[in-house]
Design a protein around this ligand. Structure first.
Ligand code: GAL
Ligand code: CA
Length: 364
């Protein structure tokens, strides 16, 4: 469903947006725009939300949650109105910069920014400061030096190291309890392949490092057979895995994937090749990944809390736009950071609400 009246940004063309494949139902509320037209005394909060791309499963989930929680907050609080304007940066920093200029010039109260290029935050922060508009970055973490540029800058996200370590522990536990199954060549060494997210992304760099570290810290010997980026993308991961299977076949015992979409791409390739599934793990806990965990094809995943991230951003946005101290509504670290915990998910720990009804439960 797309509701459009007037947009914060003239660059958001509803017809184009309608054509985008956003998965289920990403709500784009291009409501009355950032400008407060309704005269004085209204309690309308105008939030500009800039996404690095809408063509990303996890980011779409965060945007959807933000929309849902905003509607819920409106329902619970008298005449409060929250206008969310969502812009798709289409993985282009110049495009996103234009969208942010528009948000600012049209009078947004707060900006929520999922920055395309993590290293480009300084320019953007200076613009926001000049206009006096607080910024909440999320998911794609600017460097600490940039975050400290102005006191009205915040970051909401999860600690990448923690996600990696939890993923590594999932593998460690499965390996220890099912050594005969996973250690295919029986040498006691974990022969693995690593599917990495976007180069330079904190979650790609640190999940890659800390997932393997969890094994080596526990004294397990590892051997990297293959490692490359598939840019968070299922199709790219499938293609990459296909190549690796040609080279290594069933020698690959574990597939670490920096996110679920790529883990599912790897599983696609392995099934396509008609080979037995190795131990595959992801991160995010997207709906299709939870289905795969329930079906036993994905060994486990690590919940990247889309709902928690959206909730913290909304709380912050409401506090900032009404002049309240943000520390009263969220747990702020170093005056700028809100950290959401990751959580491991396996078939055993799947909560009933997470295990979606499946026509049949298959074992690999
Ligand atoms: C990561 C997430 C990925 C992708 C990326 C985008 O946290 O695990 O699936 O959404 O953020 O920045
Ligand atoms: Ca082995």
């Amino acid at each position: 469903m797309i509701r459009t009246t007037r947009s914060c940004s003239s660059r958001l063309r509803p017809s184009r947006l309608a054509g985008l494949a956003l998965g289920a139902a990403l709500l784009l509320t291009l409501a009355a725009g950032c400008r407060s037209d309704s005269g004085s005394g209204d309690s309308t909060i105008r939030v500009g939300v800039a996404l690095y791309t809408q063509d990303d499963t996890f980011i779409s989930a965060v945007a959807q949650e933000l929309e849902r929680l905003a509607r819920e907050a409106e329902g619970g609080a008298g005449d409060l109105k929250i206008n969310l304007s969502v812009a798709d940066g289409r993985s282009n920093q110049t495009t996103q910069m234009d969208q942010i200029d528009q948000f600012i010039s049209r009078g947004c109260d707060v900006l929520c920014i999922n920055i395309v290029d993590r290293t480009a935050a300084a320019v953007l922060i200076d613009k926001a400061e000049e206009a006096g508009v607080p910024v909440i970055f999320f998911n794609r973490q600017p460097v600490a030096e940039d975050i400290r540029r102005w006191e009205q800058i915040y970051y909401v996200g999860a600690r990448a190291e923690e996600g990696g370590a939890l993923q590594g522990q999932l593998v460690l536990e499965a390996w220890r309890s099912g050594r005969e199954r996973w250690d295919r060549n029986g040498d006691g060494v974990v022969q693995y392949a690593m599917l990495e997210g976007e180069p330079g992304h904190q979650d790609a760099l640190l999940r890659t490092e800390y997932s393997v570290k969890a094994l080596t810290d526990a004294g397990l010997a590892v051997e990297k057979l293959a490692s490359d980026t598939a840019n968070w993308n299922r199709g790219q991961a499938e293609a990459k895995m296909k190549q690796w299977l040609e080279e290594f076949g069933e020698e690959i015992e574990v597939v670490f994937s920096n996110n679920d979409d790529m883990a599912l791409g790897a599983i696609d390739a392995i099934r396509e090749a008609g080979l037995a599934l190795p131990l595959v793990v992801g991160v995010d806990a997207t709906a299709p990944a939870l289905e795969a965990v329930a079906a036993g094809t994905l060994q486990g995943t690590v919940l990247n809390d889309a709902q928690g991230i959206a909730g913290a951003m909304l709380e912050l946005a409401l506090a900032l736009s009404s002049g309240r101290d943000p520390a009263e509504v969220v747990a702020l670290e170093d005056g700028h950071y809100v950290w959401l915990p990751y959580r491991q998910i396996t078939r055993e720990t799947l909560e009933p609400s997470e295990s979606l009804p499946l026509p049949s439960r298959t074992k690999n």
